[in-house]
Each structure stands twice: as C-alpha cells, then as structure tokens.
Write a protein that binds this ligand. Sequence first.
Ligand SMILES: Cc1cc2nc3c(=O)[nH]c(=O)nc-3n(C[C@H](O)[C@H](O)[C@H](O)COP(=O)(O)OP(=O)(O)OC[C@H]3O[C@@H](n4cnc5c(N)ncnc54)[C@H](O)[C@@H]3O)c2cc1C
Length: 427
Amino acid sequence: MNKFDVAIIGGGLAGLTASIYLARKGKKVAILEKSDRFGGRSITTNKNGICMNLGAHALYRGGEAMSIFNELGVTIEGAIPTTQAQGIWKNHVYTIPTNFRSILSSSLLSWPGKINFSNLMLKLGKIDLNAIPAVSLSEWAEKEVSDPMVRHLFYALCRTTTYTYAPRLQLARPILKQIQRSMKDSVLYVDGGWETIIAKLRKEASDAGVELLQNKNVIEIEHNGHILRIRCSNGELFEVSVTIVTAPPTEACRIVKRAEETSLHIWKEQALPVTAACLDLGLRKLPNPIHQFVLGLDQPLFFTNQSRAAKLSEDGTIVVSLIKYHDPTLQPSDPQADKIQLEDTMDLLHPGWREELVERQYLSKITVVYDFPHMGRTEKPGPAVPQIQGLYVAGDWAGHDELLADAAVASGKRAALHILKTSKVIN
Ligand SMILES: Cc1cc2nc3c(=O)[nH]c(=O)nc-3n(C[C@H](O)[C@H](O)[C@H](O)COP(=O)(O)OP(=O)(O)OC[C@H]3O[C@@H](n4cnc5c(N)ncnc54)[C@H](O)[C@@H]3O)c2cc1C
C-alpha cells in the first residue's frame, strides 16, 4: 500500500499543473497516468525529426494557461504566427480583410457588408464582456451581425478560436473573450510542439518532489469516510485523503464508486464532447506560400502552416495542419469522407503538395475538449465533488468559462488551491 497526501489521476496539463502547486506547498503528491507517457492530448509525436502535435495547437498568450505557466516559472518558446488570412467560399479562395484598406478592396464583401464588418471588428475589440447576457453565440450574432457574409466570417473566426462548431449551444461571452484575447495578445505556436510544455511541467513537478508514475490505469476509486482507496488495473492500491480526477467525465463516473449519487453524474450528463478530424502533413516546401492561414467560410474547415512561427523540424520540413470541425449535435461524420475533404482542401490551396509530402498523420475523430461553456450546462464542474470528501476534478471539461487548454490548466490550479485552503482549515 502506498501513502501519499494527494493522488492525481491523469498526467496531462491539468494533472501536472495541479501537482506542482500542491508539491511546492509541501504535499506528498503522486500522479497516476495510465499511458506509458505523460502529456495526454498535449503530446507531440516525433516522426523522423518532424514534430507533430495532435492537430494544430495554439497557445493563447492572454489566456489562463500562459499566465499560470508564468506564475510557475515555466517559459514557453515559440513565435506569434502572422495573421494574413484567406477564406474558402464555394471552392474559391478569397483574402480575408484585416485592415481598413483590405476591407475596402475586398471582393468577398458587399458595400453594406464592408460597413458591417468594420463596425464588428471595432466592436469586438472594445466590447464590455460583463454586459453580455447568458445567450448563445448564434443569438448574439443574429442581433449584432446583419450581413450574411460577415456572419460567415464571424462564425469561422469563432470556430478557429474555440475549436468548436456549435453556435446555437456555445455561450457567447467566453467566445467573445477568446476573440478579444486573440486580437489583443495573439497566440503562440510552440517550438518543438506542445511536448515541450509537458517536458517543462514534468521537470517542475519532479523538482518539487512529485512522484510521476506511468502505466497506472486507475479502475476504481472507493470512498470510505476520510479515505479514498484507488485501485489500478495491475492490482496496486493507493490510499489517500485527497484525489484529483482529470480523466474525462464518463471515465470519472465509471471509476468513482456510487458516482451516480454525486454531482459527477450531473457533470457527465451535461457534457458535450467536441471532436475534429485532423490531418497533419510534413512537406519539403509549401507549394503556394501565400496560403498560410485559411478559414473555411461555407465549410467547417481550417488550414494553418504551423512552421511559419514554430520550429518543428531540424531539416526545414514544414508542418501544416488541416482540421474539419465536427458539429457535436450531429451524428458522427464519415472518417474517410472527412479525409478526402481535407485532402481536396490541400489540392485547392496547395496544388502539387503530394510531391512534397514527407510525413503524414491523420486523426479521424479526436476529442478536442470533453466539454465547453454551453447553454445546456446547469452547473460549472468542480473543483470539489461536494458529496465525497477529498474528491476533486480538473481537466478541460471542468472549466469555469475558460476554454480548451486554458480550462485544463486553470481547473488544475483551482483544484490545488481549494485543497490547500481546505487542508489549512483542517490543520
Ligand atoms: C486536435 C486538438 C487540437 C487542440 N488545439 C488546441 C489549441 O489550439 N489551443 C488550446 O488551448 N487547446 C487545444 N486543444 C486542447 C488541449 O490539448 C486539451 O484541452 C488539453 O491537452 C487537455 O488536458 P487535460 O489534462 O484536461 O486532459 P488530457 O490531456 O486528456 O489528460 C488526461 C490524462 O488522464 C489520463 N487518464 C485518463 N483516464 C485515466 C485512468 N483511468 N487512470 C489513469 N490515467 C488516466 C490520460 O491518459 C491522460 O494522459 C486541442 C486538443 C486537440 C485534441
């Protein structure tokens, strides 16, 4: 039997973040990770010297994750990508206007559209987020954006900044906040891929004394008064007074005994996982250097050349990513059809790309986030599971209006601070 103060289930961004806060305050912490590698969905695969994240990954410089990394002394290297953008409309590529001159010359927008677009851009920059009621993105957009093409542009921007394609469900406020952040502070494409963030967090955790235990697949958490008994599939048992579960909500409900009597069950029922099809390509060169960042306007598609900002190979191979966003309210799409659509998009943007191909990775349906702020949420998950003493949750599904990795990292910190505050009261 192993004795720790806190056991954290899962060694992704949420688990690693929580562990550092706890260990630096003197807690004896173990992370139990079921896989043989830490990082979860922030891993990077090195294919013959070419670094590929699981799909395109951008770190919001003005987001919670970045400020928490700074607070922890973790510096992230990379660069801000250029934002000259194109849009695909009816299989043609158009320039997306980014300043007044390009708005005036844009062939994508009518004259009323140009005025609507200029006003929208000005408004997005200075909108008072606190004044926005709890309405859906589509309700907000239908009121604020009158021109149909401007609405297409706006939704494409929202999809790219949130990875989510559900305007009737998504809450408007967190998305508008995300857009403001991207306009003000932009994003960072990380050198070496997100694995470098994981490696730095691991080092901080290890230096603070955290036990990083891989191949520990937790299959049951039993609670008995003050004690939580954690059982792994290899028969190992851990007894602790505090546990943070960062596994997805369905998994959390499966492993926690009598979860159906707790808030965990509500959080699982309200969760709407978001998936995407991702095609990542390593190319000797980019056939059309003009097309670096392209948004689908009539299709939920996205193309980005991550190598325009991040160093992702030793030999100059360029890493580009294509994404098809899935609508979480629809039936799953056909993986083969998605792949063909993404390859056709490459044919449109970069004719001849197949001759330049060095590496490829296709993820037909990867979960980007296990939940997001939406209209069907009755409760914000965590940090504590109120019905079970010592049980906490964190992860990208446990955000309190944060999105994506920001939700994972912020919820990890939230759980750790709650534990430290509670243990101070008990001690
Ligand atoms: C294609 C894609 C693109 C993305 N792009 C962006 C982006 O541009 N910007 C952004 O901010 N975010 C992005 N994200 C989201 C971001 O990667 C995730 O939000 C973040 O990595 C989630 O971290 P986590 O710790 O919550 O979960 P995870 O990374 O999933 O970690 C959970 C860990 O728990 C482990 N685990 C699960 N069950 C058990 C168990 N029973 N026992 C032991 N261990 C267990 C898992 O193996 C895993 O390692 C993207 C994600 C994807 C997939």
